[in-house]
Structure formats: structure tokens, C-alpha cells
Design a protein around this ligand. Structure first.
Ligand code: ZN
Length: 426
């Protein structure tokens, strides 16, 4: 393929190469990265059309059409909208560097005499724009640029780009469904392919996450322009008997991004636990026929209002917020669930909390602290039955060790699923 042979010539200055790549790709097939703090998405190509959404800086979207200075893009929820290309940049770096040390400094220039502007963690895969004396100029998660020491990285050639064709595609730590889920990629997200192996693609996201995705649920960007929109069906057909069928359920993975939540006694972040469980829970509920909305599916921090608004504005039938606990006394251990006792749905919320708590205690085997009431924002401002689960205490060695495990995340997800099924069958 044309772009593959060009990608090998990365000795060319990066900017010139990017220019060549821009010419080689049909305009309509291009991934774009948002270059404004919040970019309005409109229903048509012009500022007179209504704003139907906003996408944050650094998000990669696929341009599926163009009209003047406006691009038709596929949004993370799979819908199409229009954005002004004034506030986007082309996204097709030719080469990737994979971080091979625990923490790698990002500097403002190519040398240790330049200031540190960021740090990257091990296994981050990051797009390389330019090389100079073994220093690499890279695209940072979020869209900025910086320099890293190339000798702490492994080079990975970009074999091309694919877009996510499923509603949400799991990014896993290895090539197979037995590997842990790192995150989920929304429909339309463009990712760089670093390797292929028996139906699985090793991919890099713009946020630096690297992992494996099933090739079946992706499509080649090079073919995008002339192709009909894909009709993916990544999940098995819903079981007709499930009480969850047709229910709208909001899963709220607590904290995220700059807000790690509780930090475990050996350093496990609560935000990682909350997300891992949420990513396991979502496909279970979808398989049962529920409409699942997630307040986040990767490592960022929506505001409390955004979390609540997602549920309220979509007429959700239930809202479940997932958290891990912490206590100054490290011997404190156990599971507890909260509901808000003064709202219109407090009776149903209490039932939901009790059912979730019962299932969680059975699945985790930790001390049953019970169901409690609280005035937490996300449960007191949601207009439907809601509960906030605290799975265990990350400040406790035993709880943290248990809650770190991918197997536990699956058990917890099945427990929450069971609680929701019981709730909707009553
Ligand atoms: Zn929390």
C-alpha cells in the first residue's frame, strides 16, 4: 500500500513527511485531532447549525466528508456531526516510540538541559514527528509536543491506520479475549497499527495507550471514502428474557484523569479500579439488552455535573457509581454501598443499593459494612434510582491486593450485573 512504503522513509524530516502523507491520503479518509480546548460539533457545516456536542482537545476523529472548511466527523458515540477544520490538525504520524522505562521525562527541547514538561509511563506508544541526535520530537497525549530520549524507547513502525467500527472496542493487554481490558475505544477513533497477529492488531491511541484490539471490529481508513458505513455487531444477541432488556443504565466510573481518587497502600489508583470494573460491566449489560451509557470509558475526569447530566438527560432507569474506599487506619476492610435517602426515588434506590451490596459481598468475600445513606452529589442529583458502591478499602493491603486483580474486576462486574438484574425483576 502506498502509505506503507512511504512510512518506512522516516529519515525524511518529519514535517515534510507529514506533508507527503497528507497528499497521499484522500481528504475524506483522514483522521483529525482536535486542536481547541473544546470543539463544538454542529448538525451541519456552518456556525448557523445547532451545537450537538463538544469534543475535548486531543480527541482523534475520523473525517468522513468535507464541505468547505468543515469536516463531517464520526463522534465517539457513533453519530456524525460537523466541525470547523480551523480547530483540527491532521493526524498521521509515521513512526511510534514505545517507552521502555518506568517513567520517561518529556522535555521542551532535544537535550537534558531543557526543562521537563511531562512524563510518560512504561509501554506508552507515542507518535514520533522528528529525530535529532537520538532525541525524538513526539506528539503528547492531549495533542501538544515535546522531546524524549530515544535510547529509552523501542521503535515501532506504523503500518497504517484503522478506525474503530464497533460502538465500543476493547483495548486489551494481549492478543486475545483472555487478556485484561486496558480501556475501550469509541466508534470512529483512529488508531495506529503497530503489529498484526492472527486477527488481532497491536494499536496505539493518541493518548499513548498501547494494546491489542480485534481486527474484526475495525476498518481500514484508506478505504473509508468509498465504503458504506459498517454495520458491526460485536456482541452476541441479547438474551430475550433478561429484565435488563431495554433499560437505560448509566455506569459511572468514579474519578479519572487528573483525579486518581484514593491511592492504594501500595500505589494502586482508585480511578483504575473504577474504570476496569466499568469496562467489564458494560458489555455484560449490553449483552443482556440494556442500553448502557458510561460517564467515561478511558482515563479522564468528567465533572460531577456531566456524570449526573448524562443520566438525567437520557432518561436513565438506573445509575451506578463505582468507587474504591480509603481510611486512615490501614486495618479497615470491607464493602459498603450508599444511596440518597431524601429523593423521589429513595425507596427504589435503597433496594438497588441492598441488591448490589448483597452481590458484591458474595463476590468479594470482604466484610459486609452494609448499606448506608449519604448526600454524595452523583446520587443526590440523579433523577432515577441510584447507588454508589465502595468495593473495598485500597488503604488495606488485603483489599487492595484483591481489587488489583483483573479476575476480581470480572467477578465484581458479574456481581453488579446480578444486582441490577434482580433490581429490574422486582
Ligand atoms: Zn471514590
Amino acid at each position: 500500500m502506498e502509505r506503507f512504503s512511504q512510512a518506512k522513509k522516516y529519515i525524511l524530516p518529519g514535517l515534510l513527511l507529514l506533508l507527503l502523507l497528507s497528499i497521499a491520503l484522500p481528504a475524506a479518509a483522514r483522521p483529525l485531532v482536535v486542536d481547541a480546548s473544546l470543539l463544538n460539533v454542529r448538525s451541519g457545516p456552518g456556525t448557523s447549525y445547532e451545537v450537538i456536542g463538544q469534543i475535548p482537545r486531543g480527541t482523534v476523529v475520523v473525517a468522513a466528508g468535507a464541505s468547505g472548511a468543515w469536516a463531517k466527523v464520526i463522534l465517539p458515540d457513533g453519530k456524525a456531526g460537523w466541525v470547523s477544520t480551523t480547530y483540527t490538525k491532521a493526524y498521521d504520524p509515521p513512526r511510534y516510540a514505545i517507552v521502555e522505562v518506568d517513567l520517561l521525562n518529556v522535555r521542551s527541547g532535544p537535550g537534558t538541559n531543557y526543562g521537563i514538561v511531562n512524563q510518560l509511563s512504561r509501554s506508552t506508544a507515542i507518535a514520533v514527528l522528528q529525530e535529532q541526535n537520538s532525541w525524538l520530537r513526539v506528539i503528547l497525549p492531549g495533542g501538544g509536543q515535546g522531546w524524549i530520549a530515544g535510547w529509552y524507547t523501542a521503535a515501532a513502525e506504523c503500518k497504517g491506520y484503522v478506525a474503530v467500527a464497533a460502538t465500543l472496542l476493547n483495548l486489551r493487554s494481549g492478543p486475545g479475549t483472555g487478556h485484561a481490558i486496558i480501556s475501550q475505544m469509541p466508534q470512529g477513533e483512529a488508531v495506529a497499527v503497530l503489529a498484526r497477529q492472527s486477527g488481532w492488531l497491536k494499536v496505539a491511541r493518541l493518548n499513548g495507550e498501547m494494546g491489542w484490539a480485534s481486527e474484526t471490529y475495525t476498518r481500514r481508513l484508506e478505504n473509508l471514502a468509498g465504503e458504506p458505513q459498517p454495520q458491526p455487531d460485536p456482541q452476541p444477541k441479547p438474551a430475550p428474557a433478561s429484565p435488563l432488556k431495554g433499560k437505560t443504565i448509566v455506569i459511572d466510573a468514579g474519578h479519572g484523569g487528573y483525579d486518581p481518587g484514593a491511592i492504594g497502600i501500595t500505589g494502586y489508583f482508585e480511578k483504575s479500579l473504577n474504570l476496569a470494573v466499568s469496562l467489564e460491566l458494560a458489555p455484560l449489560l449490553r449483552d443482556a439488552g440494556a442500553r448502557v451509557l458510561m460517564t467515561r470509558w478511558s482515563d479522564w475526569c468528567p465533572s460531577l455535573w456531566e456524570r449526573v447530566n448524562l443520566a438525567n438527560s437520557n432518561g436513565a432507569d438506573a445509575f451506578v457509581s463505582i468507587h474504591g474506599n480509603a481510611h486512615p487506619q490501614p486495618y479497615i476492610s470491607g464493602t459498603e454501598t450508599y444511596y440518597y435517602p431524601w429523593g423521589a426515588h429513595s425507596g427504589r434506590s435503597r433496594i438497588l443499593a441492598e441488591l448490589l451490596q448483597r452481590q458484591l459481598v458474595a463476590a468479594l468475600g470482604l466484610r459486609d459494612i452494609g448499606v448506608k445513606t449519604a448526600n454524595f452529589y452523583v446520587i443526590s442529583n440523579t433523577w432515577m434510582p441510584s447507588a454508589l458502591v465502595e468495593l473495598g478499602f485500597l488503604s488495606n493491603y488485603g483489599d487492595e491486593a484483591l481489587l488489583r486483580r483483573a479476575e476480581t474486576h470480572r467477578h465484581v462486574a458479574r456481581a453488579l450485573m446480578g444486582g441490577l438484574e434482580s433490581f429490574f425483576s422486582k
